[in-house]
Each structure stands twice: as structure tokens, then as C-alpha cells.
Ligand binder design. Structure first.
Ligand code: HEC
Ligand code: HEC
Length: 147
């Protein structure tokens, strides 16, 4: 019984804390702009398609140098592989996805893209004209910087 009342007291205290917390004004990176308002504004424009972008360090997933508008990836079809697969890259002029993209977690090579690499945008990102939110002094790894 004593345990139960202790729990009841604890949750009452937590609830109380929650109410007090809700009164404080929490500001996000958006400032005072609501998500609804922000999504109406065309904030960032995709950069123009260009040549491949130099990489900053070894094993970096290369940045996507072109628009990906309408390039869908679903259960049945992967638009990216339409150009980037080993079978199609010559025709399309796209960089062939490396062997790593065909390996499963046990290092076994498959004829098709590995499920681990199916959702390209987990690792590869297109470029927008967005300014960095915070200043940074990052420099490419020495060897890569020359590229
Ligand atoms: C219509 C063909 C086509 C489609 C579809 C396509 N790409 Fe590309 N992609 C290219 C071409 C061509 C290049 C090379 C650009 C150049 O060198 O000018 C490229 C370059 C890239 C690169 C840079 C490679 C490097 O070596 O730096 C990445 C990453 C990439 N694409 C990812 C993707 C992803 C992810 C998708 C799907 C969302 C996709 N691409 C869909 C044609 C395509
Ligand atoms: C789990 C992360 C991950 C996913 C998912 C992924 N990639 Fe990659 N990708 C990488 C990394 C890391 C590299 C650089 C090293 C390498 O080639 O493995 C790379 C390299 C590449 C390259 C350049 C290959 C070369 O030889 O220079 C292309 C093109 C590419 N990826 C396209 C794709 C496409 C298209 C998809 C989706 C079908 C995809 N990637 C999914 C991580 C990923």
C-alpha cells in the first residue's frame, strides 16, 4: 500500500511539473514561425544540376549533384538505380554504385542492390541553397582537400 501511494505522489508531482513546464516559452530553430506557416514558404531551392561534387574524406557517401524531384523509391521500383545500376550507368552517364552497395551484412555479394543500401537518401543528400545554421570551420581531410 505504501508503495502505491508513493507512486501516486510521484506521478502527481510529475504531472505538476509538466504543467509548470508548459508555461515556459520554448523556442526552436524556427523561432516564432509555426510549422504550418513555414511549410507554405518556399524556403530552399535545389541547386542547379552540376558535375560531381568533390568528396571531403574517405568513404564519404558522395553528395547528390542533381535534383531528385520525382525520383521515387518504393517496394517495387528504385528510380535511382534506373540510372546508377551496373547495368544502366554506361547508358545514362551516372556513376555506377560501388560493389559495397551489393553486399549484405555478411559481406555476401548479391545481383541486386542490397536492402542495406536500398534507401539511397539515408546516406546521400541533394544540395539546396540553404545557409548553415551555425558557422563552422570544417576543412576537408588533407588528401581530399586537393581534389
Ligand atoms: C536520369 C538519371 C539519374 C537518376 C534517375 C539519378 N541519377 Fe544520380 N547521377 C546521374 C548522373 C548523370 C550523375 C553524374 C553527374 C555528372 O557527373 O555530371 C549522377 C550523380 C550522382 C551522385 C554523385 C556520384 C559521385 O561520384 O559523386 C550521387 C550520389 C547520385 N547521383 C545519387 C542519386 C540518387 C540517390 C538518386 C535517386 C534519388 C539518383 N542519383 C538518381 C544520373 C541520375
Ligand atoms: C548506408 C549508406 C548508403 C546507402 C543507403 C547508399 N549509399 Fe551510395 N555510398 C555510400 C558510401 C559510404 C559511398 C562511398 C564508399 C563506397 O563506394 O561504398 C557510396 C558511394 C556511392 C556512389 C559512388 C560510387 C563510386 O564508385 O564512386 C554512388 C553513385 C552511390 N553511392 C549511389 C547510391 C545509390 C543510387 C543508392 C541507393 C540505391 C545508394 N548509393 C545507397 C553509402 C550509401
Amino acid at each position: 500500500m505504501r508503495l502505491i501511494s508513493a507512486l501516486a505522489l510521484a506521478s502527481a508531482l510529475m504531472l505538476g511539473g509538466g504543467v509548470a513546464g508548459a508555461q515556459e516559452k520554448v523556442l526552436s530553430e524556427r523561432g516564432d514561425v509555426s510549422i504550418e506557416q513555414q511549410s507554405k514558404v518556399d524556403m530552399f531551392r535545389p541547386e542547379k544540376d552540376k558535375e560531381t561534387i568533390p568528396r571531403n574524406y574517405d568513404k564519404q557517401p558522395p553528395l547528390i549533384p542533381h535534383s531528385i524531384k520525382g525520383y521515387n523509391i518504393n517496394q517495387n521500383f528504385n528510380k535511382c538505380m534506373d540510372c546508377h545500376s551496373a547495368e544502366r550507368f554506361k547508358e545514362t552517364g551516372a556513376t555506377k554504385v560501388g560493389d559495397t552497395h551489393y553486399l549484405d551484412r555478411d559481406g555476401k555479394k548479391h545481383a541486386n542492390i542490397s536492402p542495406r543500401r536500398y534507401f539511397c537518401m539515408q546516406c546521400h543528400v541533394p544540395q539546396f541553397d540553404a545557409k548553415p545554421l551555425v558557422e563552422n570551420t570544417y576543412k576537408p581531410a588533407a588528401k581530399r582537400g586537393q581534389q
